[in-house]
Structures are given as structure tokens and as C-alpha cells.
Unconditional design. Sequence first.
Length: 511
Amino acid sequence: MPNAALYRRVMGAFLAAKERFAVHLRPEDVFAALPPEHRPADVDTVVKALDSLVDWGNLRADPDTSRVTAVEDFYRKRFIYQLTQAGEAAEQALSAYDEALGRSGALQAVALHDIVTQLRALLVLAAEREEGEPDAAKTHLALSALTSRFEALAENARAFMGSLQRTIDLHGVEVEVFLAYKDRLIQYLERFIQDLITLGGRIALLIGELEEQGRVGVLLRLAAAREAADAAPGEAESAEARAYERWVARWSGLAAWFVSAEGRESQARLLRGRALGAIPQLLAVVRQLNERRAGRSDRSADFRTLARWFAEAPDDAARHQLWRAAFGLYPARHLTVDADTLDRRAARPVAASTPWAEAEPLRISPQLRRTGSYERRGRTRRVQDRSEQRKRLAEIAVQQAREIATARAVLATDGTTRLSALGELDPLAFGLFLQLLGDALATWRPGMTATVATSNDGTMEIRLTALTDGTRARIRTPGGTFRGPDHLVEITDLTRTGRTRAAGPSGREQS
């Protein structure tokens, strides 16, 4: 909407007037209330905006009869405007949205100290239970202050980390401003991390003490009963139950924020990790900015610069010259391009489509014709004798082949057996077994009970059949024990049976 800013300023003028207990505004009043730097050239623009807001239901227009002094004035279009309930609600919603969107938040180390203080106060109130009933008013105030500080801490931390990520991503930040800001920001993060480490552990211990023997439950019921004291007759019990549920939810959120559980890390630990990770990210951004300021560019920037040079070239001749200088791509017959060559071409241009037979011959030096280079080469280096290295590699290959053949012989089964009967395997045989098992399981599909697969080199075949008795297999190795559901297995060494087959892409046999 092109005039959205004007509409928001007009509505802001009505909200400001309401705070001064002004109900109606005339167009000239709205015009005068607008900021001078954003004020339209004439009142008619404001009148059009007011009429549009009336059509949308944000404002209400009433005839202005207070300044009528003649009959002709009744026929003139004069209105006074006031906010409607819907318009006021919409403007308040937009203001709340703008405030939340622009909120940068903060890491409130002071709130951590306040939470520790309130938790200690709750421990004192819980200790009074042994001597008598704790003070309900003090309990309610302490819990209210605790939850208020905790909610502010969590909300501000979330907003701050969001704004920090936007800063790291360089969204809408000036380079000079960021470089001046990053040192203070890193110190700020380090100070909060230190407070979170020390105070976060203390808070977790205090929460644990309050949850021992149900101490906190008594305090939460007292706070709920005090909140429900003013409930209407007949609703006291339900109001107290709802209040108690709210307090339990708040306490659970507080405990989950500072205390880790099985399979779940606390939010304080996650926040600490996020803040710690932000420091090297900030330093990486600084390094990136310094590289930009130093004039370093990447390939895409180089190509964009080259494209701009082509666009700025005065004619095709200059563009061709730039092409030759940038890429060095010439027609095949032009073995060298120097100043003399360019001068001859300028004097007698030759099209690139000219056949070899019709083109001007090139004079090639005898050195280039004889050696393929203009440079005179020195004495060639002697060929290094690598027979010993090749011999050593051959010995290693033979030894590896022997070890693999031994492993195949160990794995080969005499007919069908159980996985659990394979016993103990050495590391090489176990590695070969895992490869075979992986090839077989890769061909397994839902509903299948048996499969056959061949190793990638075609030297081993495995037949795997599922069992329904629920037994489990254990294969011992020097590095540990392999466990899994038991299967019937038949492993065949195809190199000994003479049935070596090529393996297809899925590991199945290929005829």
C-alpha cells in the first residue's frame, strides 16, 4: 500500500489525542499533529487519508456543525473524526507487533541473582512449615516475583539471541558500526556466560532442595488458595484448582529451564552453548569484513567486474581485445599474438572464418618446429629407478591377497548354519563378514524372509534367511561383541568352487 506510512501516522495522531482525552479531531488538527518532516503538502491529502480510514472502519466521521455561520456552510463537506473501537484495537495490535519485531532483548545476569534470592526466600518459607503454616501472602509474593523475573529472563534471552543471529548474518548492519560493537558484544557474552555457569548451577541446587519431600507443592497450593480467595461464590474450588495448575506449569517451566533431565538438556545449558558458539561466529564475521575491506574478491566478483568492463567498452574492437586479454582464446592458426601481430591485423584484417589455405602464412622458428617450444631446454633429468618400490608394492599386494583368502576360508560355511554359530572372528574376517552382511541387507525388502547377495568383487556369496524364534546372535571379536537378531546363513567362497560371478549394482548375482 503506497500511503501505508501516512495512514499509520494519522492513526498515531488519534491515539496521542486520546491520551490527552481529546475525542474528536478536525482535518487541520490531524495535519498539525503530524511530524513536520512527514507532513503532506496540503490538508487535502490528509482529508483523503481520513476518508479512506473511515471507509475501512478505523475512524468514524460526523458532520461538523460547530462552525456553521451561514446557510451555504451547511452544503459544504465538513467532518470531525474520532477513533472507532475496531480502529483502536487494530492500531494497538500493530504497535505491539512493531515493538516485538524491533525488540533486541538482553541477557539479564541481574535476573539470575534475583532468581537465586527468591528461591532462597522460598526455602525459608518452606522451613516455616515445620513450625507452622507458612505465610500465604509472603509465599504468593515470592512466587510472583520469581516467575516474573524468570519470564523476563527467558523472553529477553530469546529476543537477544534472535537479534544476535541477525547481527551475525549481517542483516542491516553497517560495517563500521559492527566493528565498533563486536568487542563490547563479546565481553557482554563472556560475562553472561560466566554468571550463567556459576548462578545456573546454584539455581539448579536450590530447585532440587525445594522439590525434596514435596516442599514446593505446599507453597504452590498456598499461592493458588490466595489467588482464589476473591473468587465468586460457588467457584472457589474450581478457581483454586485452575490456579494451582497454572502455578505447577510455571514451576515446571522454571525447573526445565535450569535442570537437565534424562534425554533433555536444560534451556540454560542450551543458551550457554548458543552464546559460546556466537563468539567464534562473530570473529568469523569480523574476518570476513576485514577481507572485504582489504579488497579481496571471489570468482563471482571478478566475473561481475569483467562483465562491467565489457559493457563499458566503446566498440566491438575493444571488446575483442578485452576478450583476448582476459581469456587468451584465439583462432588455432595464431600461434603467437604480440604487438607486431596486432599491428599487422589492424593493417590487414583477417576474418576468423578464413580457411587456412587462404590465410597469411605464419613464419615459425626452427626451434619451435624442432622442440615444440621457443625456449631452449637443458639436459633432461635421469629417470629414477623405482624397481624396489614396485617390488615392495607387489609383496604387499600378495600379502593382502593371502590374508583376504584366509579370511574367506574362515567365513565359508559348510552348508547352512546360524549366525550365532560363527563364534569368534579376527578383525579381517569380521570386516569381510560385515561387508557381506551389508550387501545382503541392502537387498532386503519388506515382506522378504530370505535373500542372496554376492560381494562386489564376486568372490563371496551369502544366503540369509530370517528366523521367527526371537533368538539373538553374538559374534565375538578382539574389539568387542557384535549382537543382533539370529539368522540362518550360508557363506560360499566362490573362488574355490569355481563359481565366481560378477556383481550387479545392487549386489545381486549377474548371469
